[in-house]
Every structure is written in structure tokens, then in C-alpha cells.
Design a protein around this ligand. Structure first.
Ligand SMILES: NC(=O)C1=CN([C@@H]2O[C@H](COP(=O)(O)OP(=O)(O)OC[C@H]3O[C@@H](n4cnc5c(N)ncnc54)[C@H](O)[C@@H]3O)[C@@H](O)[C@H]2O)[C@@H](O)CC1
Ligand SMILES: [K+]
Length: 221
């Protein structure tokens, strides 16, 4: 079923209303998002070493869920965080802590050389650096991580939105994750059809985060 695209404000409103009005837990939404994305990754890139690049927000939180589920599927997974894990908060911090306690292969990087070394000859790179909360040009190691990922021969998979794309205007940052596949949650974002965005999205797959159909309908989805 084709769904109408959403703005940043609308997609944030779906998440907030699911939590505040329907009593769903943010952790459950993140689990649904991450597990659904891991299943698509397993189907689309069924072999080889997977790198998950994680940022500070909930898009990064999705990355830790994805890594846990891919590990359960028997995949070789390595997480690279461009921020110290104690800088995370809320649901993202909870999932980072689960990954750390579970001894998943998590590396916090401090410079570009460390990213280059850890990315190595990865077969698949999953972009969980920034999602709908991104603002302004990519800063610091976020830009380095995207640049390094784009130089590899790996299959590149963006989660929710390729890092560097503005979900409302569709404009692309100087460093934008060049995805072969974008796994997006709830509905496509309005910017996907505008400006330069389309050349960075690759194929698009929608994943449900389990919010009720009634709530989706109220947002025209
Ligand atoms: N309950 C929810 O809200 C859910 C959110 N989900 C995920 O959460 C994402 C949205 O999470 P957030 O709102 O935390 O946003 P992001 O994960 O996009 O992160 C925003 C944070 O990144 C940093 N940042 C912003 N712009 C930057 C830039 N240009 N350069 C460097 N750092 C920058 C800031 O610290 C900001 O707080 C969605 O895209 C989706 O992947 C899913 O887990 C489903 C449920
Ligand atoms: K992303």
C-alpha cells in the first residue's frame, strides 16, 4: 500500500502521540523499528561483515537494536559510535547499554583514522548516524564517518533517512550517505521526493514501528 509522505513534524507527532495518547513505550517503538530493519538487512545483504555506524540520538539507538538482532541471526556485526556511549540518553542509552552488557563488538571512535581502520573491508555499512532529528551541516566525526563509508565498496544501507538529507527540504549536505537501500519507518519523508535527495536514497523499504492504524490515519498515512 502506498502511503503519503510525512514532514519531520508529522513523523515526530506520530511517535509522541503513540507514547502519550496510546501509552506505547518508546523502547517498544525502537525495538519494532530496529528488529524490522534487521530483518530487511538480513534479507537484502545475506552474507558478510556488517558495520553499524551509530550517532547520539534515537537513530543511533535503532542501530544498537539492529546490531543485537543481526548478532542473534548469527551475523558478524561491529558497531562504531562517533560519540561516547555515556553521551546517549533515554531509549538510545538503554539500547547502547544492553549492547555493551551483552558484549557486542562496540567501538567508540575519537578520530577519522580509527573509523578507517574499523570499517576496513566491511561488506555492509548501516547508517544509524542521524535521523529525523538532524539539523544543519554534518559536524565532526559524523561527516568523517559518512565520507569514509561512501569511499568503500560495501553495500550501504541507511536507516530512516540517509545521514545528510534534510527530511523536509530534500537538500543534501556536502557529505551525505550514499545509500543503496533506505529502510524508512512509518512512511516516506516528504523530502525524499524533492531536490537532490533521490540520488542518495537507493531503493526504499518501509518498516512499521507498530503504531495503531487509527493514529496513522489521523496523519493521512
Ligand atoms: N520514539 C521515537 O521517537 C522513535 C524514533 N526512532 C528513530 O529516532 C530517530 C529520531 O531520533 P532523534 O530525534 O533522537 O534524532 P537523531 O537520531 O537524528 O539525532 C539527533 C541528535 O544528533 C545530534 N545532531 C543533530 N544534527 C547534527 C549534525 N548536523 N551533526 C552532528 N550531530 C547532529 C544532536 O545531538 C541531536 O540531539 C528517527 O529518525 C528514527 O530512526 C525510531 O526508533 C522509532 C521510534
Ligand atoms: K540514518
Amino acid at each position: 500500500m502506498k502511503r503519503l509522505p510525512l514532514t519531520r513534524e508529522q513523523v515526530q507527532s506520530v511517535d509522541q502521540r503513540a507514547i502519550q495518547e496510546y501509552g506505547m513505550l518508546g523502547l517498544v517503538l525502537m525495538e519494532n523499528a530496529g528488529r524490522g530493519a534487521a530483518e530487511v538487512i538480513q534479507r537484502s545483504a545475506s552474507s558478510g561483515c556488517i558495520i553499524v555506524l551509530c550517532g547520539k540520538g534515537n537513530n543511533g539507538g535503532d542501530g544498537y537494536v539492529i546490531a543485537r538482532h543481526l548478532d542473534l541471526m548469527g551475523r558478524d556485526v561491529r558497531v562504531i559510535s562517533v560519540v561516547p556511549t555515556d553521551a546517549l540518553s533515554g531509549d538510545a542509552a538503554a539500547n547502547a547499554n544492553i549492547a555493551l552488557r551483552a558484549d557486542l563488538d562496540v567501538h567508540v571512535v575519537e578520530n577519522q583514522a580509527e573509523i578507517e581502520q574499523l570499517v576496513g573491508d566491511a561488506d555492509v555499512i548501516v547508517d544509524c548516524l542521524l535521523g529525523t532529528g538532524a539539523t544543519g551541516p554534518l559536524r565532526g566525526l559524523y561527516a568523517d564517518a559518512v565520507r569514509i563509508a561512501n569511499r568503500t565498496q560495501a553495500t550501504r544501507i541507511a536507516i530512516d533517512v540517509p545521514t545528510g538529507i534534510d527530511v523536509d527540504t530534500g537538500t543534501a549536505d556536502l557529505h551525505t550517505f550514499n545509500a543503496d537501500l533506505t529502510i524508512t519507518f512509518v512512511a516516506e519523508k516528504i523530502g525524499f521526493g524533492l531536490q537532490q535527495a533521490s540520488q542518495f536514497l537507493g531503493q526504499i523499504e518501509l518498516v512499521s514501528i507498530g503504531v495503531p492504524r487509527k493514529l496513522l490515519r489521523q496523519h493521512g498515512v
